[in-house]
Design a protein around this ligand. Sequence first.
Ligand SMILES: NC(=O)c1ccc[n+]([C@@H]2O[C@H](COP(=O)([O-])OP(=O)(O)OC[C@H]3O[C@@H](n4cnc5c(N)ncnc54)[C@H](O)[C@@H]3O)[C@@H](O)[C@H]2O)c1
Length: 400
Amino acid sequence: MTARRIADVGAAVIGTGFIGTVHVEALRRIGVQVHGVLGSTPERGAARAETLGVPRAYDSLDDLLADPRVDVVHVTSPNDLHLPQTLASLAAGRHVVCEKPLAMSALESRQLVEAAAASGLVNAANFNQRYYPLNQHAHDVVTGGDIGDVRLVTGRYFQDWLLLETDWNWRLQPDRGGALRAVGDIGSHWLDLMAFVTGRRVVSVMAELATFIEARREPTGPVETFAAEVAAETVDRQIATEDAATILLRFDNGARGAVNVSQISAGRKNSFQYEINGSTSSVAWDSENPDQLWLGHRERPNEVLIKNPALMGPAGRAAAALPGGHVEGFADTFAAHFRAVYADVVAGGPAARPTYPTFADGHDEMLVNDAIAESARLGRWVDVVRDPTPTDTTTPEAHT
Ligand SMILES: NC(=O)c1ccc[n+]([C@@H]2O[C@H](COP(=O)([O-])OP(=O)(O)OC[C@H]3O[C@@H](n4cnc5c(N)ncnc54)[C@H](O)[C@@H]3O)[C@@H](O)[C@H]2O)c1
């Protein structure tokens, strides 16, 4: 299924919620034909296809996979569906872009890595945070040695959309979202980004998980992600997953880290921050000011790099679509990520060392999640147990 030009490539998107919409719009922006979407029911899919201006909604996954114009399937459904929908798509010879977290557990994500490797098809995990141009640039700065040896990696990912007991979403159900909630949903982005920017892997964790809201009111009707209305009719549900997490980290080069993750921090809508302190300099970034990278120094004045293709290295330049002074945000990262992925789709298969996050990266992040869950359960440090055969691409060289 080799396409020669991006305009000849066809895609379909599974899931038509918050992030499925962002996928459709980013695909259009890079020139890919979106032939259809698949929703939870044919009726919901048809309504969303109409709103999105997509030609059709498929009735089922079989119906989607029977469409010969579809080269690439984007999986943006709830987490429990990533494994079956991705396996079916690969088996039908389709390249796949799958949302994070890649699966419900590392057992599942390992299956996806193996199936993708056996298929020879392009496989990408949608860690879009890597594609803020300054995060690509930070990767070049840090892995290029410009801050010296990486020593401390700290930060947070805070949101407030699950602050109230009346806030509800499928992510609160472990059978849909996974055993970890805040960590799986948003901590996964932070952990992946730090592995990418530093080029180092987390080898050991000490985690504490907290569930402050032990019972929530589930609406009897469907709920959209980030919806603000309070439903009139609800049923009480006990909550087993964490609202917040405090995690200490050890990296493979001896660096130490700490991250806080929360979905109950009033006022913080989507606050993703990191700071990396090296032996000579530091870098820091904040998703609420994504066009600024702070560079800290001991013996000369600190700097703030405003995103500017003319002042960044090749990776930052490739991710930037606009000149300096024109802010690029969340939705832009999807287009930048997909441009990298679709270069391989156009080539007919994955490069020897893909520059974008693959299923192997998604799996590696799931292995860290499993260690976090185990550490919280045991109340002690736990090592990340990696597969005996190397499946990862999270080395500094792999992303340069
Ligand atoms: N990369 C990011 O920044 C980012 C942001 C948000 C969500 N996500 C991920 O994207 C996925 C979806 O999250 P969301 O926030 O869009 O959720 P959502 O609830 O807004 O949307 C989920 C969609 O999946 C559809 N769906 C449910 N069952 C289905 C089925 N059997 N077949 C096809 N579609 C089905 C629903 O109808 C809905 O349209 C999750 O895995 C989440 O972790 C990633």
